[in-house]
Design a protein around this ligand. Sequence first.
Ligand SMILES: *[C@@H]1O[C@H](CO)[C@@H](O)[C@H](O)[C@H]1NC(C)=O
Ligand SMILES: *[C@@H]1O[C@H](CO)[C@@H](O)[C@H](O)[C@H]1NC(C)=O
Ligand SMILES: *[C@@H]1O[C@H](CO)[C@@H](O)[C@H](O)[C@H]1NC(C)=O
Ligand SMILES: *[C@@H]1O[C@H](CO)[C@@H](O)[C@H](O)[C@H]1NC(C)=O
Ligand SMILES: *[C@@H]1O[C@H](CO)[C@@H](O)[C@H](O)[C@H]1NC(C)=O
Ligand SMILES: *[C@@H]1O[C@H](CO)[C@@H](O)[C@H](O)[C@H]1NC(C)=O
Ligand SMILES: *[C@@H]1O[C@H](CO)[C@@H](O)[C@H](O)[C@H]1NC(C)=O
Ligand SMILES: *[C@@H]1O[C@H](CO)[C@@H](O)[C@H](O)[C@H]1NC(C)=O
Length: 808
Amino acid sequence: MAINIFNFLVCFSIASFVISSNARRVLDSKNVDGNNGGSNFTHVCDPSRFSDLGLDVSTFGFCDSKLSYDDRAKDLVDRMTLAEKVRQLGNSAKGVPRLGLPKYEWWSEALHGVSNVGPGTYFDDLIPGATSFPTVILTTAAFNESLWKQIGQAVSTEARAMYNLGRAGLTYWSPNVNVVRDPRWGRATETPGEDPYVVGVYASNYVRGLQDVKGTENATDLNSRPLKVSSCCKHYAAYDVDNWLGVDRYHFDARVTEQDMAETFLKPFEMCIKDGDVSSVMCSYNRVNGIPTCADPKLLKETIRGDWDLHGYIVSDCDSLEVMVNGHKWLGDTKEDAAAQALKAGYSKLITLGMDLDCGVYYTNFTQNSVRQGKVKEVEIDRSLKNLYVVLMRLGFFDGNPTFKSLGKKDVCSKQHIELATEAAREGIVLLKNVNETLPLKSKKIKKLAVVGPHANATAAMIGNYAGIPCQFTSPLGAFSSYGEVKYEMGCDGVVCANDSLIFPAMKAAKHADATIIFAGLDLSVEAESLDRVDLLLPGYQTLFINQVAQVSKGPVILVIMSAGGVDVSFAKQNDNINAILWAGYPGEEGGHAIADVVFGHYNPGGRLPLTWYEAGYVDMLPMTSMKLRPIDSLGYPGRTYKFYNGSTVYPFGYGLSYTQFNYTLRSAERSLDIKLRKSQHCRDIEYKDNEYKPPCPSVLIDDLECNHEFGFGIEVKNVGKRDGSEVIIVYSKPPIGIAATHTKQVIGFKRVFVKAGKSETVNFVFNACKSLGVVNYNAYNLLTSGRHTIMLGDDVVSFPIQLNIKE
Ligand SMILES: *[C@@H]1O[C@H](CO)[C@@H](O)[C@H](O)[C@H]1NC(C)=O
Ligand SMILES: *[C@@H]1O[C@H](CO)[C@@H](O)[C@H](O)[C@H]1NC(C)=O
Ligand SMILES: *[C@@H]1O[C@H](CO)[C@@H](O)[C@H](O)[C@H]1NC(C)=O
Ligand SMILES: *[C@@H]1O[C@H](CO)[C@@H](O)[C@H](O)[C@H]1NC(C)=O
Ligand SMILES: *[C@@H]1O[C@H](CO)[C@@H](O)[C@H](O)[C@H]1NC(C)=O
Ligand SMILES: *[C@@H]1O[C@H](CO)[C@@H](O)[C@H](O)[C@H]1NC(C)=O
Ligand SMILES: *[C@@H]1O[C@H](CO)[C@@H](O)[C@H](O)[C@H]1NC(C)=O
Ligand SMILES: *[C@@H]1O[C@H](CO)[C@@H](O)[C@H](O)[C@H]1NC(C)=O
């Protein structure tokens, strides 16, 4: 009893102190805030911090650095009352003043730069902005793993610097690794595109860039591996409908086959955890086959923790639990009040299902009663809290991290980071059309430029969503102005381009210019979170504007498209008055700079489309809500993504030109692999199309194999043109002919290589047969199949067979 009274007094005195220094930006040495309370907070277990609180740090086991993180987290959790525990289960964790545990805001974002979208991070006079890299869809188009990792490293350096200054958290709910199944999806800009393998490789590189501390990348005890900042792969899973013709993510039930789940929707998450060792996963708003993802024990406990062995915590998307109650009416409730009662049981049970942290207030508000009512065991809460505190310990929140101590203002928006943002945009930009080598423009011959279109002076549009405040902007207009006399006309009043009243002045500008650059495309008013597209066309009068300007232009016409999703620009592809087309995604704060570098030949473009650009009619053939990747013949639905869609496109996945030409020569390649099965391994039947030859041992379960069979080849890439340039080599595998309902091809690897004009580089690839030649069957078995597989480079520039012989 006496102890309780003592605790109460300590608690009270600290609480009143917190109120007196409540303002976030007040810097005060005694503030008990963690991440956002001021620059004098260094780490929880700072002895002077404890003594300021009237506590002796040596009496708290969770501050004893000789103990393991697991033991320390257990010590901390064991000291808390139930009421104190539940106050830590929301994104705004309240802390436990009597234990010296500060509050902590878990929610920060860093999708393509430190963002102020989450409440854990903010900008002010001291740190007015952070480097805003291109949006992920453009960075992906670079197909350069080291670039992806390096951006993650730059972002985490800025995040750590801002954390040191009390302006940012340590836990970042990025990246978004959902596969773009449908071209209408509004969030394509946040993602690495439509191929699950590419998405997974992007994810693991970006995550490692954010998280890894140099020298500890390969630590074997993953429970204590240090973290620079914590990253989060989201939104798990099968989440890719935001709001399409009234169907929204808060009500949508994604009906997904187990085959598509294994092959497409789960793949990037598996790679993010296994290859990236990410420390958090976020479950999504939608349901999958009837069950809200945040309430699905199979998806959370069995798969993430069981099969993939996550070392970290699982968080809900923000207010997912509220969505579960009011959107999905999970557990069949109809009346509001009934929902409130019955669903307390529902969401209290979630804790037992594996969701550790609630972005929202449901856990904090309702879990205590749920325990009292016997609906959830307190030990489940303990387990979740331990998952959370181990992550904070790995981040140095408790002990500090000397490696990052010196980071500060000079490390945010540094020259190198702004240059990296420019480089990322240059590397990502895709050259789609370049008739008669119009590009690069010879700057000596160009005195007058017409820079026209709704994106000609783009700034905020270039950084898309989940952005912060950028260090600066270089708009297209700003960048092109240094190349000559520029005449600027919008042509359209914004991308929606509701009427043709501004077209004439743009035509006038083009008539007198030595070259015309048209900046058109989309922005967040057309494709965004909570906003899917209904068509694949340029909005409003943009097409008319482009054609009319092109028709009267005196000089060559370059069309630059800013968009995330593909746009049907067949009209421009076919229009002889439009000499060149570039896709620039949303190119980040230095977008204008990068585009000008490409247009004037200071950089030779090498980006490749990470999405199929479908023709406009595609979206009339199937509803966005049909989740299946494979064609559905009975309904006339074509397949989705390059893996399953065999119709015509505007530009295919992987497309992209260069100012030079590359020739490939295959140097060495394995042509066959023999796999002899042991007694416990069995031949599995697999469905073949009628009248196709089926080998006697058609396939074997990958889970039954050791999977140590590798194959490889070398490819010599010769630059046979006149300019230095980078080539992206994309390697696909094609399964043996005759297997029913399989993908036509799948990416199994890629490398971006720089080759000087006239020179060549040899690139070696090594593949694991299980990972690269596997097929997911309709019953969701992952199988290695016998027969003649094909390895194909790029758009069939080189291909060769590899014979897989499986014998009992
Ligand atoms: C890949 O990106 C890095 C930046 O991380 C850059 O230095 C390198 O030149 C790029 N590689 C190619 C082939 O473009
Ligand atoms: C970690 O392992 C990778 C891959 O084996 C290796 O390239 C890297 O050098 C290792 N890092 C350290 C710090 O040992
Ligand atoms: C949660 O609790 C807070 C504080 O008591 C209250 O303001 C809020 O309305 C509650 N929210 C819900 C959804 O119950
Ligand atoms: C271009 O955009 C910037 C930033 O929005 C603005 O300050 C500037 O006035 C614009 N330039 C023109 C010529 O409209
Ligand atoms: C066309 O759009 C401009 C800019 O939004 C507006 O000022 C003008 O009134 C519109 N004209 C017509 C005919 O709707
Ligand atoms: C490209 O150049 C050739 C040869 O000079 C010419 O015949 C052709 O019309 C040009 N094509 C276009 C689209 O300008
Ligand atoms: C494309 O797919 C459709 C639907 O499955 C099929 O009928 C057609 O034969 C395929 N075409 C080619 C060229 O593979
Ligand atoms: C490049 O390859 C093409 C097609 O194989 C061939 O016609 C051409 O001669 C090659 N060019 C050089 C310079 O090797």
